[in-house]
Design a protein around this ligand. Structure first.
Ligand SMILES: [Zn+2]
Length: 565
């Protein structure tokens, strides 16, 4: 059996690739029958998959070892040629949507592919190529600036990610020092963060106007492939959050303050859940993986097969090590039909979340790997997070394996943090609407807007005199705002769906699992609301969904004697 180390990478010869691609595209254009048209598409997709495979191998290997000069060079190569690859995709999409066989093709593959193609076409024109490159450069300069952080703390030097566990430290003074140190890095570079964002907003506005949109809000939705919902519907959702979740979150924060024994919760207390310390996994990374194996074996035949597949082929790189990039992700290596999970275990409950959340993404990719259309391998982001966040809940019955005596703590904090996240998530979303509706705003006006949003959505927040944060700058640490505009509401929509699976799985595990499995197998073959319906879930946009969903979560949290944990 071939393992990840033996998956072969070869740098694509781009001029030759383009030539072959164009020849196939011509075949598709000139197809004289439906059969010929589908054969051409299949050949085109095969080439696209191989290119994507090469890209993914480079991306994964470069992130596992940033000191590997060979793969760093290959990553630079892909950074350079990726606009050419998107140009090829767009050329293919243009032919696809105007194909004389469109009706038959839609019968075979569904309309989602054609919607995706349409949206891709609508978000690109050669006229904006330079501006897109400028946008990419600006967002890389943000990532580089954040990655460069070396924060002095307790006599050592830390990256921002390494400071993470200190935000959960039992000693309040340590938490405070760690959180102020990390805010200190952002504050030190505040002008730079302002400048990068200011330029990003302006260049995005220019791109939008050039493509014929009123402002970047519309284009942002097109880029995110929001096929069946719009800004007005998101607005209705945010209102439900304001009415239902914000008061509940405030109540929970109050309980937390009492539980951890402080008068008033400060920003450095928020991640500290229990006086006796947060829940932590009770063993080494190898032990965690062993237990993961048992968990997925017992959960279902499908997850057992999937997890064994990942283990046999070394498709998980989980331990933090020198030279490895920060963060976590899941991707799919197309030609091997192999999902890959990347993480940095750090001894917190986050390690178990990797094993459930990222594995949820990987399980979806594995379940739909034979779907036949590259566009359907992963759904759009808000749908993709349903798979991952719901897997976090489907695995609840096995949390004892990892957390032992801390299990109840873990479960309580897991549900509470899911709720707490939603108001923050919609604040990030509303912020971006305001910013792109007002592209002429100064950095200071943007901060004023954020401050007001904090008052609405996060009334509990207390920055304890930290001048940078009090000025309305917290959002500068949220990479999505810089890198992928309007990517954030996704997590909140998915959380509402995952909560519904939590409830169902407690009422009827078998039925809930069947719905979930069906959803995973559908991959990205439907739009968000199409997938929600197929999974027998209620749309988060529908009036009342948030209230009904959250009510059962609140009830469960209320039933726990949290002070005893
Ligand atoms: Zn995720």
């Amino acid at each position: 059996m071939q393992t990840f180390e033996n998956y072969t990478y070869e740098r694509p010869d781009m001029p030759a690739e383009k030539e072959k691609f164009n020849a196939l595209l011509n075949k598709f254009k000139e197809a004289s029958s439906y059969k010929e048209a589908t054969e051409a598409i299949e050949a085109i997709n095969k080439r696209r998959n191989t290119l994507a495979t090469m890209f993914n191998l480079v991306y994964i290997r470069a992130s596992i070892d940033t000191n590997d000069a060979y793969y760093q060079k290959e990553r630079d190569f892909f950074d350079e040629v990726s606009p050419e690859i998107s140009e090829m995709a767009t050329a293919f999409y243009k032919e696809l949507v105007s194909s004389p066989y469109r009706e038959e093709l839609e019968d075979q593959w569904g309309s989602q592919l054609f919607q995706i193609a349409d949206y891709q076409i609508k978000s690109f024109s050669p006229e904006v190529m330079n501006l897109l490159q400028e946008e990419n450069k600006l967002s890389s300069s943000y990532s580089k600036l954040v990655a460069s952080a070396e924060v002095e703390f307790q006599g050592g030097t830390y990256t921002l990610a390494q400071l993470g566990p200190f935000a959960e430290h039992k000693d309040r003074a340590v938490r405070k020092e760690a959180m102020n140190a990390s805010a200190g890095f952002f504050s030190e570079h505040a002008d730079k963060f302002d400048e990068i964002y200011d330029k990003l907003v302006k260049v995005r506005h220019e791109i939008a106007v050039k493509l014929g949109y009123k402002n970047f809000v519309e284009l942002g939705y097109v880029r995110m492939q929001r096929i069946d919902y719009n800004a007005e519907m998101v607005d209705v959702f945010r209102k439900q959050v304001r009415d239902v979740i914000v008061p509940l979150a405030s109540k929970l924060y109050k309980k937390q303050a009492e539980r951890i024994g402080v008068d008033k919760l400060k920003f450095y207390d928020v991640n500290f859940d229990f006086k006796t310390g947060n829940a932590t996994p009770k063993g080494s990374p190898e032990w965690i993986i062993e237990n993961g194996k048992q968990m997925y074996k017992e959960l279902s035949d499908e997850t057992n097969e999937f997890f064994q597949f990942m283990l046999d082929r070394n498709l998980m790189d989980l331990e933090a090590k020198k030279g490895k990039e920060a963060g976590g992700y899941c991707t799919l290596i197309e030609d091997y039909q192999a999902p890959f999970i990347f993480a940095n275990f750090n001894g917190t409950s986050g390690d178990i979340d990797v094993l459930t959340h990222e594995a949820g993404h990987a399980f979806q990719a594995y379940s739909s790997r034979n779907i036949g259309v590259p566009e359907y391998l992963f759904p759009t982001y808000e749908s993709a997070e349903i798979h991952s966040m719901s897997m976090e809940f489907f695995t609840w019955p096995w949390m004892e394996l990892f957390f032992k005596e801390d299990t109840e703590k873990y479960k309580y904090a897991h549900l509470a943090s899911g709720l707490h996240f939603i108001p923050y998530g919609v604040a990030v979303d509303e912020f971006q609407h305001l910013v792109y509706e007002n592209p002429e705003w100064t950095p200071d006006e943007r901060k004023q807007a954020w401050k007001k949003l904090e008052e609405t959505y996060l009334p509990h927040i207390d920055y304890d005199g930290n001048a940078y944060l009090e000025a309305g700058s917290y959002w500068q640490r949220q990479g999505h705002i810089y890198d992928v505009p309007f990517y954030y509401i996704d997590y909140t929509l998915a959380q509402i769906c995952a909560f519904q699976f939590w409830k169902k799985s407690r009422e009827d595990q078998e039925q809930a699992w069947e719905d979930y499995l069906h959803l995973c197998k559908l991959g990205g073959s439907k739009s968000f609301l199409g997938l929600v319906e197929a999974a027998n879930l209620r749309s988060p946009f529908e009036q009342g969904t948030v209230e009904d969903t959250v009510a059962v979560i609140e009830e469960w949290l209320e039933s726990v004697d949290d002070k005893a944990l």
